[in-house]
Design a protein around this ligand. Structure first.
Ligand code: HEM
Length: 481
């Protein structure tokens, strides 16, 4: 018992071991308070690779980005899904996928991710454009006249939430928009606030009304409701067909899977859109260049833009907006904090670089924490500053970033890495681009003066794009073109 309470001892070849003084909890409290600061301090003290006991688990952090390619390559001994398959079902309320009850489901779900990429990205992007235009037109482009004041996060969230929902799940047969979207959104935000606690495996019954709210969100996606929607994406249609093949899945289980996908598609995209908009609006010189790039593209494509007309930007056109893409990537660098987790499948020696390796034990967690790289002054000069053209060089995309004089293979990782990389990343980038294009084409934009800057709320550190601590007010009015 004493041995369990004290935890393990460091063996030869293993990285430095930091246990903390509270058995089981270990360093969880310090880590949870400010993960980035915690890791920076431990890196200074213990070097690039160290193991920390966090909530009963042993986590080995690899903090040197030059080692990332080696870690990402060793997929056979390091599994990602073992972790996500345990955590996601309890968070979103569906039964564990890997328990023999649903043979082949996990593989088929993975295969369905192809429907978010490649050729399939084109119809998805076109549909998103139409839906964004619809929401902008009906909610924001109607009235003429002077400046209006908005809350930026609320503005981004409500537009992206509804347009993404319509694009993925479709619309009612008889109308173009769903009624009750505001209630759904409100529930989503309440659930999202509890998301870090659910991921940390705090039982949902201890979290007040969260369970009831999650039930409401899940019920929205019951098969009898979804069958009344049209223009559903191929991706969601495929998932519904798949779930139908499993008698062991109840209707609420299928619905919970759909709800989980709603979270995956909006939970990070909405805050990422906010940060991109916030940084552009608070850097008018950047906004000016990006807006000019967009107008040049339209002129080149022979589009005669005016604010009473709808605009359509194709996937190919979006790809040409390099300053816009650099601005979005720069805002993701500053705001994303996703930890990449792998679980060791056996005791083995993890190769770190040409000379070094570290022994790890079966069940240990290997973690990459790219935020440390994103904010490393050796890689990114003046790392706290937003530079919209950081990923541009001589008018083309910049891909060369260095550490210790060596070129980095991975230098920007908001979407994870290797085989588990986010399958929605191309769609997400396109959506954010489309949103910003409409914003810059139709509106003059300014930050309201005399308010504090938006700062990052660290409470979901490690889990994706961070939320702002506070919303910001901005002014907008229809542009005269
Ligand atoms: C997984 C980030 C948007 C669908 C992930 C992961 C990250 C991530 C970090 C985990 C990857 C890993 O650990 O290696 C983001 C960010 C987004 C975004 C920052 C927006 C800015 C989207 C969108 C969709 C989506 C729009 C769908 C339409 C998914 C799915 C997974 C995933 C299905 C799980 C993949 C798996 O189980 O292998 N995302 N994501 N994401 N994302 Fe995204």
């Amino acid at each position: 018992v004493l041995c369990v309470l004290r935890g393990r001892k460091r063996r030869a070849g293993e990285p430095p071991l930091i246990k903390g003084w509270i058995p089981y909890v270990g360093k969880a409290l310090e880590f949870g308070k400010d993960a980035h600061k915690f890791l920076e301090e431990h890196k200074k003290k213990y070097g690039d690779v160290f193991t920390v006991r966090i909530a009963g688990k042993y986590m080995t952090f690899i903090t040197d980005p030059l080692m990332y390619p080696n870690i990402i390559k060793q997929g056979r001994q390091l599994d990602f899904h073992e972790f996500s398959d345990k955590v996601a079902p309890v968070t979103f309320g569906y039964p564990p996928v890997i328990n023999g009850k649903y043979p082949g489901l996990s593989e088929q779900v993975k295969r369905s991710f192809n429907l978010l990429q490649g050729d399939k990205l084109t119809p998805l992007t076109e549909s998103m454009m139409g839906n964004l235009m619809l929401v902008f037109r009906q909610d924001h482009l109607q009235e003429e006249g002077g400046w209006k004041i908005g809350n930026m996060f609320e503005f981004c969230f409500s537009i992206m939430f509804e347009a993404t929902f319509l694009t993925m799940y479709g619309r009612p047969l008889s109308t173009r928009r769903h009624s009750g979207m505001d209630v759904l959104m409100d529930h989503f935000i309440k659930f999202d606030t509890m998301f870090p606690l659910l991921i940390a495996q705090i039982p949902i019954r201890l979290l007040g009304r969260t369970k009831a709210i999650r039930e409401k969100l899940i019920n929205y996606f019951l098969p009898n409701k979804m069958s009344c929607w049209s223009n559903t994406s191929q991706f969601i249609k495929r998932r519904s067909e798949l779930f139908e093949q499993y008698d062991a899945l109840r209707d609420v289980d299928k619905a919970a899977h759909h709800f989980a996908m709603l979270w995956a598609s909006v939970g990070n995209t909405a805050p990422a859109t906010f940060w991109a908009m916030y940084y552009l609006v608070s850097h008018p010189e950047a906004l000016q260049v990006v807006r000019q790039e967009l107008h040049d593209l339209l002129t080149l494509s022979g589009v005669d833009f005016s604010s009473d007309k709808d605009v359509m930007l194709s996937r190919e056109q979006l790809e040409k907006l390099l300053y816009l893409e650099s601005s979005i990537n720069e805002s993701l660098r500053l705001s994303s904090s996703s930890m990449n987790i792998r679980v060791a499948q056996e005791d083995f020696s993890l190769r770190l670089d040409a000379e070094r390796s570290a022994s790890v034990r079966k069940g240990d967690i290997i973690a990459l924490y790219p935020q440390i790289m994103h904010l490393d002054p050796e890689i990114y000069e003046d790392p706290e500053t937003f530079r919209f053209d950081r990923y541009m060089q001589d008018g083309t995309v910049k891909t060369e970033f260095y550490k210790d004089g060596q070129k980095l293979k991975y230098y920007l990782m908001p979407f994870g890495s290797g085989s588990t990389m986010c399958p929605g990343r191309h769609f997400a980038l396109n959506e954010i681009k489309q949103f910003l294009c409409l914003l810059l084409l139709y509106f003059d934009l300014e930050l309201e003066e005399g308010q504090t800057r938006a700062t990052l709320d660290p409470s979901r550190a490690g889990l994706g794009v961070l939320l702002p601590n506070n919303d910001v007010h901005f002014r907008y009015r229809l542009r005269k073109v």
